[in-house]
Structures are given as C-alpha cells and as structure tokens.
Design a protein around this ligand. Sequence first.
Ligand code: ZN
Length: 682
Amino acid sequence: MKDIKRYTVTSALPYANGPVHIGHLAGVYVPADIYVRYLRNNGKEVLFIGGSDEHGVPITIKARKEGVTPQDIVDRYHNIIKKSFEELGISFDIYSRTSNPTHHETAAEFFKYLYDNGKLIEKVSQQYYDEEAHEFLADRYITGTCPHCNNEHAYGDQCEACGSALNATELINPKSALSGNTPVLKETKHWYLPLNEYDAWLREWILQGHKADWRPTVYGQCKSWIEQGLQPRAVTRDLSWGVKVPLKEAEGKVLYVWFDAPIGYISATKEWAKEHNTDWKPWWQDESSELVHFIGKDNIVFHCIIFPCMLKAHGGYIVPTNVPANEFLNLEGDKISTSRNWAVWAHEYIEDFPGKQDVLRYTLTSIAPETKDADFTWADFQAKNNNELLAIFGNFVNRTVVLSHKYYGGIIPECGELTEYEKEIIEKMAEFPNRIGECIRHYKFREAQAELMNLARLGNKYLTDTEPWKKQKENPEYVKTILHISLQICASLSILCEPFLPFTAKKLQKMLNLNNKNWSDGGRHDLLKTGDKLNPAEYLFEKIEDETIAKQVKKLEDTKKANEAENADVIPAKEDVTFDDFQKMDVRVVTVLAAEKVAKTKKLLKLKVNTGVDTREIISGIAEYYQPEDLIGKQVLMLINLAPKNIKGVDSHGMVLMAENADGTLSIMQPQKWMKEGSTVK
Ligand SMILES: [Zn+2]
C-alpha cells in the first residue's frame, strides 16, 4: 500500500446549459461530498474540485435559439448551479468554470505540449460545410433522413427515433440547421489522439490492475471499449465557441469539449493554488497523491480511457485510483429529462423546502444508484423523512436532550456503575466509526448511511428498553447513567452524520456544545463531560405533511400534461363549408363590462358585455383560467347570434370565442388593437 499524502477529488463538471437536478446530485455531487467530508474529518489533506463545463455545441444551439450569446447562456446557468451547490452544502474547495482565462491558457498549453512532442496525429477529412453561413457544421447542426428508419429529423450523430448512432455523411437529404440549405462536403484538418497506441498500457493499468476494486459497470465498460479496439480520437473541432487551438494553421478551430473539460480540473486546481499561495503540482503530479473522479455512467469512457490517455501522453501526471461512476436515477418511474422538464430541480427544491437540505441528501443517498438504476418518488421522500429521520434519529436525540433539561436543567449527569447492558451499548458504539468509514472508503455510501441509522436505532432502542421516564422516582441514579450514555450516543451521531447530514450535524453539535471533533471520536463514550452544560433542545427534523407532497406530485402531473399537450396530435381539419355558411356566423368585438363567478360551479363566469348592438349577459366556461377581474374592461371576440340558452338561471345569449389546447387550457381571443364595440369579424 502506498502512503497517501493528499486526495485530489473531482466531480463531473455540470454542463452549463441548464440547472442541476436530483439525478446529478444523487449520481455525482452528494456521494463526492460525503467522501471528502469523511476524509477531512479524518484529518486528511483533500482538494475537492468542481466547475461548470461551458463549451460545446449544445450551448451554441441554445444561444442561437434564444438570440443571445453563448456567454450569456453559461453565465446564467453557472450562477444558478453554483448557488444550488452552496445551498445544498456541497463543500467544494473551488467551483470554477471553463470559460475562465486560466482554463483557456491551461488547456491550450496542454494541447501545445502534446503537439510539440509528437503525441498527436493530423488527419484531413471531408466534413459538411454551410456555404451561406461560411461554417463547418457540427453533427448537431445537420439534420436529415435516417438511413435505418426513415425518420426525417435525425441528427448528424444520432437518430433519436431508432437510437442508431450515425455519421453525418450517412444522412439522406442532409440540411444545415443554420440556413436550411443542403451542406457541401469540404476538406478540413484535425488533430487526433491515437488512443490505439495506449492499448497495452490500458490493459495493464485497468484490466489487470483494477479488476477487483473498480465497480463492475465501470470495469465492464472499459473492458468492452478496449476489446473493441481503440481508434484515434479527434481532439479539435471546427467551431467558434471554445478554447482556440493554439496553432497558426488552426484558424476557426477549437479544442473538442471533451478534450478541454477534464483539463478544467487541473485549471481549477491552479486557480485554487494561486488564491492559497501554494503549488498546484503535487495534487496532480506527485505519486503520493490519490486522484478520484466522481461521475455518472455516461462519462466513463472519458474519465477512464480518454483523459488518462491524455495525461499519460503528456507524462508527469498521476492517473485516477478509482472512478466510482453511478448508474442513473429515475423520477417517479420515468427517465429524468431536461428537455421534457421531467426533473426535481435543485434550486426549486431549495425554494420549496427551505432548511430541508439534509432530507434531500439523505433520500438521495438512501436510494443511491450505485449498482443499478434507482427511482426517486415523492412518497418515498416523505416516508424517509417521517419514518426514518424524524421517527428514529430525531426522536432519539429529542427525547435525550429534553429529558436532560427536565431532570438536570441541561447539566450533563454523571455516569454511575455500568450494567452489562450499558457495557454492551458502549462496545457496539465503538465499532461505528470504522464500520461506516470502511463503507465510505469503498464508495458504498448507501450502506454507510444505513450503518449511521443503525447507530441512531441503537440509541432509540436503548431509551425504549430502559424507559428512564418511568424510573426517575424509584431509581434516579440509574436514570443519570442512562441519560449520560444516551447523550454520548448523540455526540457520536453528531460526528458520524456530518458527511451525510452536515446541517443536522451542526445543529446537534450546537445543542451538545461540541466542536470540531475527529472522526474516530465518534466511537468514544466519554466525549461529553459530566457537569458541562447543554444548549436548549431544537427539533432536528419536522414532519412532512401529505399536502406538501401532493403539491410536488401535482407539479409533476402538470409537467406531464404540458408534455402531452406539446406532443398531442392536432385535431384533423373539418369538412369544407361555403362562404355563405361562414357568413351566418355573426362574430363581433365586444367589451366585458362586468364579470362574476357563478355560485356553486367551478368553471362558469357570468359576463355582462357591450356588443355594440346591445348590452347582454352570457355564461362562459372559463373560470378555471380567468379570474373575473382579469376580464373586466377587456375586448374579446364573441359569436352574438348563437341561439339563447338558459344556463344556471341566466338566459345566455352568445358565446365568447376561445382557443383550446390539447390539455384543455383556454385562452380568450382578442383584437390586436382597440376596435369599436360591434366591429364585425370576417
Ligand atoms: Zn432512425
């Protein structure tokens, strides 16, 4: 075993074209944070690195769609993402971004070093070019017909209808997304990293070296990539947004986002080192440093094969000891999707559940997709809070601290003679730091947290078994011992829960007047001193009510409905009518004079309107979408010669015209400018 002096821990750079959601948190950031907090609590030297990945084509596509610059897009999301992480207690030492000058410099230098030392190969290839936009087209900017399934909206790299991976040149009838024109093939030169030259090294390092300690999914994916035969991989692209290729002949080219992004970890380290007046190099170049990458399973090839080959090609760098990639997290049985808005967004959770960061962290760790895909449901979230955090952990701490205040005015009572039972409790307690730590060191965070809860269960059971509230009169000396031991278990919990529940740890340590203890202290039964004073009891967790959960479920249902409406088939056209038929409809511009809800109905409003011809009352079924005050004074279109009908006691004469979405949403029709009442519509 090598002597590890420091830990360089990275977490995948979130892509800055959207906020982060629970899938990101469960897959990467919460486990990475547990790991680094554990190491720090053990007195280890740790650097926890994060940052936003701000280059690549999807960002330029989004910017074009919104009519803003790519920098506008990444500024917006970088700030949202950074804030979400801070609020959830993800304890980065630095959270940087790849649009920073230090990163551009570092990535360009890295490329130049490989180029100068003959580690890259040059290749000329034919690529699609838009002659009107004067740009080579990234795969995502080319659409056409899929040669496999005839889907007319396939992209240059993939058909989303049949899932085939494509080359842009395979598309039938290709079109440029920039101009709509047919692109032409044109020669372009790019630089490639010859991954095939690292085959023997990868086999030795991964296939032989990490058979036992890397997760099966990670190892399996690497094995399959290596055995399929590695090919040279382009590290440059024809694009304007990104790190410019530092060569004269490479005008208009940038580093491929997958080449520049992992170098972002190194750039961030440089920034951090500069701020702290220290050297960045040991973290990346000293053999006594341990490098660990936390990522999702979609990033395995980049972190286990491509980035290590880049580091190996450069020389002088360490390669990762482990890459504990997670599987995916689903939401209520469905794949999380940014484009379909099917997600629980971190920034929205923080808004909807203030002060409950630890409940989310706890839930996500308890279902962590470590070995297979997992599913987040709101019902489970509620159960985890109410039945575990509140009923076990919170209940134990609360009973202990409240009784100590009630019996001893908050002064820690002395420990009397120990019975066999107390001795057994103390012995069990002593095992937890190592038992939980062992799981964390092996990246089994789900199991580690379950062990933490076993400690809370031990405390809870001890109180329930000994029932101090019944013994206070007959045996007050023994009650002192019970509460003394229970308080020591609370102290132990406050230390060992810190990586998982950092906000709770802080609250609990405040109650116990305990500061900054080392991990191994979590097994001691003499941490709190007899005679020391406790602070007042505070609730660590509170019940989450059904209504709160129902609101979140409703939010998702609304999203589902909106998606269905978005994708719904348009109602087919009706039969033709003659102009005379149309002429029979008397549609006019009318002004709403008064509006009120019709009692005992959900959908109906009674409107008084000036039609220009007369003033009349009508009933309209729009109360779910418009409040009476939204309509008063508004001009709308109305069919005024619809035969009268008695609705809820009103002779309703006419019909307000409305557009209706597939999900039933209604929108009134208005003239674009003010028109005199009674103006005809034709
Ligand atoms: Zn297809």
